[in-house]
Write a protein that binds this ligand. Structure first.
Ligand code: CMC
Length: 439
């Protein structure tokens, strides 16, 4: 067959030819606004009987998206076209939520309207407060988040019809509004303090801080500079295109599952130490190293392939250059520690470790640079959060990315249920053997 005759149209004016055992097929090549072209392999199986093989999706685009762009070689991250550095400097997390969800920055009126809507969804169903009692007090807050966020679908039936655009947007607003409340509840539950209700006169992040750190028996006022620092951290984590947890949300959603269940799936994926759990793992690593004089031996361990030890907070699937979020995070860490007058010896360890790694051939050759999680633990600890809450904070920030990507997927005419194939390497067909005849 000369498949090139039937080749679908390529929007990049280019095509790719695959030759498999002398049989050639031509595949269209599609171009995005910026970034690498993609070869559309959708018809490869139909035309050749072979699957493509790409564990970990290292070369595979699973969707088209207008939300976030990363150039990993140059260290560029754009939300809806806007550089992360500019958003971190000038925007607020709630404004970034609007941007990611709607595609454009809001004008003043649109922002006030959005703020009003999100504020009115900050409380959770009162029965949810009793739901928490079922968890052990010493449960990891991420375990509590997996369960409690999944349970939202049992409380908000009126926003689980994914085919209704109005319900989709209400679900998005609910998720953005309720995640801080639920994260704060997970924290309060873990330390045995009463839940603190949201205060809608405060801005998004200041409200979160008061729900975490206020107690009913005395007044609490949020330090605006610390609230601004945490808000900036939220901006840095708000979206990161098709990372593992976002792809999990999309895959769960591709079957038509409701958005609350999909976000719970994303939270479960985020928890792993190779992903959002790295902020917790990075701080634990710095604590284990303890002082500058122990860095060298730790680096040697990392370089020993057989040790299985990785430098946590270093390396990234996409960034082969300095993670732009890590630069902002490092600056924020210095600012917060200075403001609080905290002299955290782990900052010195982190800075020295970074310098050693950046000048070591092992890390240079593998293009391993600090990622967003390398410094975040130090600043979050200085803000008063225990290590077990670090990944929860990541989840609060990433919620908007998950829900925006979920919504984009549902509204995408090309969307289908995600159903990867496999290279089967198990036993061939064989007959059942009665138990008394088995060796
Ligand atoms: N320390 C030591 N070696 C590393 C590290 C590291 N942190 N990261 C990668 N490598 C090595 C790895 O051993 C491999 O070497 P070789 O080619 O000799 O086998 C090579 O670099 C490529 O690694 P990989 O595991 O194939 O790369 P990946 O793209 O699959 O992994 C990663 C990306 C983020 C999982 C990995 O770099 C890692 O485990 N980093 C530590 C965990 C971490 O900080 N994760 C947070 C990521 S940023 C926040 C987020 O997105 O959640």
């Amino acid at each position: 067959m000369n498949a090139s005759d039937k080749a679908p149209k390529s929007d990049a004016g280019k095509s790719a030819i695959l030759d498999i055992a002398g049989k050639q097929i031509t595949m269209p090549v599609r171009s995005g606004t910026v970034g690498p072209d993609v070869i559309d392999i959708g018809k490869v199986y139909a035309n050749t009987g072979a699957f493509t093989y790409d564990p970990g999706f290292t070369s595979t685009a699973n969707c088209s998206s207008k939300i976030t762009f990363i150039d990993g070689d140059k260290g560029v991250l754009l939300y809806r076209g806007y550089p992360i550095e500019q958003l971190a400097e000038h925007s607020s997390h709630l404004e970034v939520c609007y941007l990611l969800l709607n595609g454009e920055l809001p004008n003043q009126k649109q922002f006030e309207e959005f703020r009003g809507i999100v504020s009115r969804h900050t409380m959770v169903h009162e029965q949810m407060t009793r739901f928490y009692q079922g968890f052990r007090r010493d449960a990891h807050p991420m375990a509590v988040m997996c369960g409690s966020v999944g349970a939202l679908s049992a409380f908000y039936h009126d926003s689980t019809d994914i085919n209704d655009p109005r319900q989709r947007i209400i679900a998005a607003h609910r998720m953005i509004a309720k995640m801080p409340t639920m994260a704060a509840m997970a924290y309060k539950y873990s330390i045995g303090q009463p839940f603190i209700y949201p205060r809608n006169d405060l801005d998004y992040t200041a409200n979160f801080l008061q729900m975490c750190f206020a107690v009913p028996c005395e007044p609490y006022s949020v330090n605006p500079i610390l609230a601004r620092a945490l808000d900036r951290i939220f901006i840095l984590h708000a979206d990161h295109e098709q990372n593992a947890s976002t792809s999990t949300v999309r895959l769960a959603g591709s079957s038509g599952a409701n958005p609350f269940a999909c976000i719970a799936a994303g939270i479960a994926c985020l928890w792993g130490p190779a992903h959002g759990g790295a902020n917790e793992a990075a701080l634990k690593m710095l604590e284990e190293i303890g002082t500058v004089k122990n860095i060298k031996s730790h680096v040697e361990k990392v370089k020993d392939k057989n040790s299985g030890v990785r430098l946590m907070g270093f390396g990234h699937r996409v960034y082969k250059n300095y993670d732009p979020r890590a630069k902002v995070m490092q600056k924020t860490t210095h600012e917060v520690l200075k403001l609080l007058g905290v002299n955290d010896p782990l900052l010195e360890v982190a800075m020295e470790l970074e310098q050693i790694a950046l000048h070591d051939d092992f890390f240079i050759e593998k293009k391993l640079y600090p990622n967003v999680d390398f410094y975040s633990g130090i600043v979050l600890r200085a803000l008063g959060f225990p290590v077990s809450m670090f990944t929860v904070l990541f989840a609060v920030a990433r919620t908007v990315g998950w829900i925006a990507q979920w919504k984009e997927m549902i509204e995408d005419p090309e969307q289908k249920i995600g159903r990867p194939r496999q290279l089967y390497v198990g036993s061939g067909p064989r007959d059942y053997v009665q138990v008394d005849k088995r060796a």
